[in-house]
Design a protein. Sequence first.
Length: 106
Amino acid sequence: MYKVELDSAIEMEVAPTTSAADVLKETMAYHHITQTDFAAHIAISQKQLSVILNRRAFMSIAVAKQIEQATGLSAKWLLQLDFNYRFSNQTSTNHANVEAFDWATA
């Protein structure tokens, strides 16, 4: 048996790979719901839903609450999934014109 010492374990950075779009796609597939039908139930256009599902834009708080009302999926959870996904996939983290305070630590 392999013994792991948690105090000396190597820390791994894991980037979230799931966004709210993935959850919505899985929910729609599980319940056999078309984009058109889902969009109608959450009171947005099919085009707007398509943009969200293809991650060309992320849902607003209002849309998240509409999804929650129609499906029972937590709006806060969906928004947190999107935030975590966007934050971990942000490419630009260094801004040339930003000057750190002498008391700031990175």
